[in-house]
Design a protein around this ligand. Structure first.
Ligand SMILES: [Zn+2]
Length: 220
């Protein structure tokens, strides 16, 4: 059985300052953040803040990968108030499947050897007081050191679709759930922060905890 590896989020410096200032564990839902976030920077918590486009980063894209990433992103928009979508036109939020690391492609100056993660998401955020503005969010899969399978039938490799589903949750400002809280009802929470290859196939299925946490971040 493969060792569980981390599915991480790398926050920008601005976030670290915010995190130090807020109390731990206020939310009733495991992966919900304390502060809601704002796309248009008007300080108003509104449904339109949830509509965020992603596009392809880097190279190595195939029709199969595009289909799986599209499905992973649509998982959130079809089941929660978080409404990301995969655009065919370039936008600032990107998904990288070619093994590129955050360093050089985002504000998170980290390489894969520094973080040893299967995948990570870099959020560029500013603390605005009662809310957080997310300026950009980029998801990276370490396809150089990890074997991802882009099909839909589970096997011992990491599920590209499952891992992207998890990482896009970070784009909604959701946080990793620690392993002890990952499987409360016999179903693996998508925002579980550690998973083995076989387990990542289950991440495509959002649990009530994931759905409730995403809905905490946005109005319907
Ligand atoms: Zn994560």
């Amino acid at each position: 059985m493969a060792a569980r590896r981390r599915l991480a989020v790398a926050w920008s410096i601005a976030w670290l300052l915010v995190q130090a200032a807020i109390p731990a564990s206020v939310s009733a839902h495991h992966s919900a953040s304390i502060k809601r976030w704002d796309v248009d920077n008007d300080g108003v918590w509104e449904a339109s803040d949830s509509i965020v486009a992603y596009s392809q980063g880097g190279v190595a894209w195939t029709t199969q990968k595009i289909n799986r990433v599209t499905e992973a992103i649509q998982r959130w928009s079809s089941q929660t108030d978080w409404n990301p979508w995969f655009s065919s036109s370039p936008v600032s939020h990107k998904v990288w499947v070619d093994g590129s690391a955050p360093s050089g492609h985002s504000v998170c100056d980290v390489t894969w050897s520094q973080i040893d993660d299967v995948a990570t998401t870099c959020n560029d955020m500013i603390n605005k007081g009662s809310w957080i503005r997310i300026i950009d969010s980029d998801t990276f899969l370490d396809s150089t050191h990890t074997s991802f399978d882009w099909g839909t039938t589970s096997n011992s490799n990491y599920s590209g679709r499952g891992v992207v589903t998890h990482e896009i949750g970070h784009g909604a400002h959701l946080i990793d759930v620690n392993w002890a809280n990952c499987d409360p009802f016999g179903e693996l929470i998508t925002m579980c922060g550690t998973a083995g290859g076989t387990q990542t196939w289950g991440l495509y299925t959002l649990t009530a905890d994931d759905i409730n946490s995403a809905n905490d971040m946005y109005p319907p």
